[in-house]
Design a protein around this ligand. Sequence first.
Ligand code: PEP
Length: 268
Amino acid sequence: MTPAGPRRPLVSGNWKMHHDHIEALHTMRDLGLRMKPEDVAQVDVSVHPPFTDLRTVQTLVEGESIPVALGAQHCNDHDRGAFTGEVSPQMLARLGVRYVIVGHSERRQHFGMSDELVAATLRAVLQHDMTPILCVGETEEERAAGRTETRLSSQLEAALQELDGSHVAGLVVAYEPIWAIGTGRAATAVDAEDACLFVREKVAELSGADAATSMRVQYGGSVNPENAPDLMAEPDVDGLLVGGASLDAAGFVEIIRASRPAAGRRKG
Ligand code: PEP
């Protein structure tokens, strides 16, 4: 649908519930030593550690000028209040968090995060000038029944209905088929492109063509250094959301390098 244009790839590492703050320190030091200025000349990178690591990672990133943006994996949709165990978007913004994953399938599946809560969280993150990474994706059963597009449509409609086009333009949407997350069975590059293109077309319908052209769409699900180049060669795949393979600095840097437009494989 749309030429890749000026969309800058975004590679995000979701550490999930891995790496305590000491391990985070070692991983970030390793990442900082391996990353070269040319790796991030044309690619944005974010890391999303557990909440207890955020301050440690923030201090290291700032103190040692490691060229990655701080990310969070989730947050509450309120700024403060009696929500035991939760972390607010305001708290994240004060720490310098730039990207927040919203509606990851693990939050939806294991913690009952509804489409309505996803929409409220998106708005809360935007209110604090952080960029949400909105996750959408179908289950294995939905895919087998040919209902992938229906599922993506309903998730996007619920999430975006109250946002104006200018907010949507700055969003990141991560297409993450649930059957591919943590299974070692990544989508093929062609299937990832089809779904990312569908997401963009749906966003054009909901929020306008300009927003759809500017918004970045990531693919996520068993990304590794071997499959990253083919996935990133697709014109509507603007980046990667990486779980397991982001825990190791060496592999994550290979994925970042495969995502550079200068890697020369982009088809668009
Ligand atoms: C994820 O955590 O969003 C993810 C895609 O995980 P993995 O890369 O391990 O499949």
